[in-house]
Design a protein around this ligand. Structure first.
Ligand SMILES: [Cu+2]
Length: 210
């Protein structure tokens, strides 16, 4: 009985090692596409990383969050979402009037307003990278980015270039995206399984005293 458990554990360790390697490869590809966003948000002091909000139908971005020397930030500054996701910009009511303006004209909330609440929302149907700013506070670093779908490799193209990519090329990052998700799930299940195996595997008789 004890030897059977040993074999299982070794097999589980091998699976975990393979899954970790696959996750690392996916991470390298994503890092390349992030360079354009890194450059655009270089003066947004609250920008840290592209927050993965894939799988969410609606995503909220705080507008007038703390950052850039006051309440002059979008938080999170950069998000990644699936096509068809609606982003709601929720004003905190701080930092004066804000607006949301896409660099390429894809969306524009219009005249800056100061009232708290969801003052603007946009549904992103097309894949690509969208860079936007708040007009009154752009010079302070009040800027944001939305990645719809997979991160484009290399960067520099922006939303327009990503939309022109033919479906054959789009298949690769999209697959990598799912490989990442499945990999994470596998690693999680493996960890839980290993935990229970180690904890209860060889002491099932001892733990049930009566
Ligand atoms: Cu602003």
């Amino acid at each position: 009985m004890g030897s059977a458990h040993t074999v299982s554990r070794r097999a589980l360790l091998r699976t975990t090692a393979g899954a970790t390697a696959a996750a690392s490869a996916t991470g390298v590809a994503a890092a390349q596409g992030a360079s354009e966003i890194d450059e655009y948000l270089s003066d947004a002091d609250n920008y840290d990383e592209i927050v993965d909000e894939t799988g969410s139908g609606t995503v909220t971005v705080q507008t007038g969050a703390q950052g850039n020397g006051g309440a002059f930030a979008f938080e999170p500054a950069a998000v990644q979402v699936d096509p068809g996701t609606t982003i709601q910009w929720e004003w905190t009511g701080e930092g004066g009037g804000h607006n949301v303006v896409d660099e390429e004209g894809a969306f524009d909330s219009g005249t800056p307003v100061a009232e708290a609440g969801v003052n603007f929302e946009h549904t992103f149907e097309e894949e690509g990278v969208f860079l936007y700013y708040c007009a009154p506070h752009k010079s302070l670093g009040m800027k944001g980015a939305v990645v719809v779908g997979a991160l484009p490799e290399g960067g520099g193209g922006g939303g327009e270039a990503a939309a022109e990519v033919d479906p054959e090329h789009m298949g690769v990052p999209f697959q990598a995206h799912w490989v990442g998700i499945v990999t994470m799930l596998m690693m999680f299940v493996t960890l839980i399984f290993t935990f229970f195996l180690l904890k209860y595997g060889e002491s099932s008789h001892a733990s049930h005293g009566d």
